[in-house]
Design a protein around this ligand. Structure first.
Ligand SMILES: [Zn+2]
Length: 206
């Protein structure tokens, strides 16, 4: 697995492109803004985008989904089964507040905890990490985990949005992320990368 980290929306959030370098199949994780930047990276590397995988439905993580889907007809949009309604309802996914327009999206497929998504020869394991939102998900592949807004370097996600829950989030992080190999690199939806071992030792919420 190879990946590119894309600071999007003037650096306010992190989108990612992950891909299998032999088959060139790619998944775009959280295309929050800036279709042109994402697309330039796809074209430069000659990738075949297969999936958009959302860590959750919040407005700052979904802004470029429609343009990507308009340009790549075979691209399939996936989200955790518990977040389908939020993705569709602009007042719940907060796009009406965060983005210049309301965004209402229908997913092409849903996933649950433990599911495997194939990307070329690579396997992405889906982790359900609720608490910041009900269907919050992480994507574990090759010693890297893409966690959206559940865990940040020395911090955790907000829990004051629709269906957020602090206790649920703390439990999710402990039972789904802190059990991973300490060397696993953590790629959050905002801010710098970190590692599981660093967060177990230094995160002030634990
Ligand atoms: Zn969020």
């Amino acid at each position: 697995m190879e990946y590119i980290k894309l600071p999007l929306g003037n650096g306010q959030m992190n989108g990612y492109i992950i891909f299998d370098k032999d088959s060139k199949e790619a998944a775009i994780i959280d295309p929050g803004y800036d279709f042109k930047i994402i697309n330039k990276n796809i074209l430069d590397l000659d990738l075949t985008p297969k999936y958009i995988l959302l860590t959750h439905s919040h407005g700052d993580h979904i802004g470029a989904v429609e343009e990507l889907k308009d340009n790549y007809k075979n691209l399939k949009l996936g989200i955790n089964v518990n977040e389908v309604e939020m993705l569709y309802r602009a007042e719940l996914n907060l796009s009406s507040m965060i983005q210049p327009r309301e965004i209402s999206l229908e997913s092409d497929f849903t996933f649950i905890d433990g599911e495997i998504i194939k990307l070329g020869e690579d396997e992405i394991k889906v982790l359900h990490i609720p608490g910041h939102s009900p269907g919050g998900s992480g994507f574990l592949i090759d010693g890297h985990v893409f966690v959206g807004d559940s865990l940040f370097k020395m911090s955790i996600g907000r829990t004051d949005f629709y269906m957020g829950d602090l206790q649920v989030l703390l439990t999710s992080i402990k039972t789904k992320l802190f059990i991973l190999d300490g060397e696993t690199i953590v790629h959050p939806g905002h801010g710098p990368d970190t590692s599981i071992a660093f967060e177990i030792e230094r995160n002030p919420f634990f």
